[in-house]
Write a protein that binds this ligand. Structure first.
Ligand code: SAH
Ligand code: SF4
Length: 345
């Protein structure tokens, strides 16, 4: 008989499993506390249960955990974890220390189907969606490694397009906020702009922060660097942002990867200011992280600064995001786990 992975179950499914085992309902609550708050990775670790109960439960069930296959530490303290999933696929999560914050950047898919031209993850194509527990599992896996330190912020900015794996991401967000009791205010989901799913997210998920990978100020350029724009062009994307029910004092983050000679002109800065008018926003300028075979270049620092100053002097909040972990290929757009680029036709 195949054993049941308790971590893979939703709260409802776990309740049903416990009930079917003839155990009282509070056992399910205890299991949830041990998995999601105490980060137990096996039934054996649930020391609150008697040895007999642990033994009988272990005959039918187990608690999976992501296997740490590799770990790299950058000179700036950023750590990249390579996690192996139960079917042997691998994903990366990145832990970024920044002053008093400890941010975990998690993946939502194995690879990504969106094919953005400036992103290494896009170059491997999509292997599969992550299941909800594999998304939460990165938080638990990383928490176990860094114990007693605690993750303070979570960003869905690793491998994959979160809104292309909507159901699993929403379920994971409920578990992270509900079962792990992580504040939704400390979670940010970044999307390349799958427009219908932006409204759906506000409707069905906890109110996490929204980030949009904007990266261009004209449809012509965005069509070229982000194929998703051909389906959901700038106007539709920004309309969805305008309609997004932001809680008071919150803003949408717009990420803008700066590509030399492609999207870094004065005219781009002027258009960006216009495009975002009326949207409570902040802009993260990310100078392109170069990688082998990349067709784009990073603008020089002076250009990045001029661009930022144009935005700031128009009253916008724009910061230049220092990419951390570049020496271990852990920076934005550099995650590819153990996969090599797919053949490009
Ligand atoms: N798929 C989602 C979540 C991944 S976030 C999304 O695209 O929003 C990855 C972020 O890194 C995105 O904002 C993307 O624009 C940025 N990025 C991708 N490749 C990059 C590169 N080579 N240099 C700098 N930033 C990059
Ligand atoms: Fe996918 Fe985001 Fe990379 Fe685009 S930038 S290929 S959506 S991970």
């Amino acid at each position: 008989m195949q054993k049941t992975d308790l971590f893979s179950l939703t709260e409802q499914q776990l309740n049903a499993f416990i009930d079917a085992e003839g155990l009282p309902a509070y056992r399910a609550r205890q299991i949830i506390k041990w998995i999601y708050e105490k980060h137990a990775c096996s039934i054996e670790e649930i020391t609150e249960f008697s040895k007999d109960l642990r033994r009988s439960l272990s005959e039918k069930a187990y608690i999976s955990c992501l296997e740490l296959a590799d770990q790299q530490i950058s000179i700036d303290g950023t750590r990249k974890f390579l996690f192996k999933l139960q079917d042997g696929e691998t994903i990366e999560s990145v832990l970024i220390p920044d002053e008093e914050r400890l941010t975990l950047c998690i993946s939502s898919q194995v690879g990504c189907a969106m094919s953005c031209g400036f992103c290494v993850t896009g170059s491997i194509g999509i292997k599969r969606d992550l299941l909800a527990y594999e998304i939460c599992g990165q938080v638990i896996g990383a928490s176990r490694i860094i114990h007693p330190q605690k993750i303070t912020n979570i960003v869905l900015m690793g491998m994959g397009e979160p809104l292309a794996n909507f159901e699993n991401v929403v379920e994971a967000l409920w578990r992270i906020t509900g079962l792990m009791q992580f504040s939704p205010r400390r979670i940010t989901l970044s999307t390349s702009g799958i427009v219908p799913k932006i409204a759906a997210l506000a409707q069905s998920a906890p109110m996490v922060n929204l980030a949009i990978s904007l990266n261009a100020t004209t449809d012509q350029v965005r069509d070229m660097i982000m194929p998703v724009n051909r389906t959901y062009p700038l106007k539709a994307l920004l309309d969805a942002c305008r309609r997004f029910p932001l809680p008071p004092r919150r803003r949408i983050t717009f990420e803008y990867v700066m590509l030399k000679g492609v999207n870094d002109s004065d005219a781009d800065a002027a258009r960006l200011i216009k495009l975002l008018r009326g949207i409570p926003s902040k802009i993260n300028l990310i100078p392109f992280n170069e990688f082998e075979g990349a067709k784009y270049r990073r603008p020089d620092d002076a250009r990045v600064q001029e661009f930022q100053e144009m935005l700031s002097s128009a009253g916008m909040t724009a910061i230049v995001r220092k990419s951390k972990g570049q020496d271990i290929l852990a920076a934005c757009g550099q995650l590819k786990a153990k996969y090599s680029d797919r053949e490009r036709g």
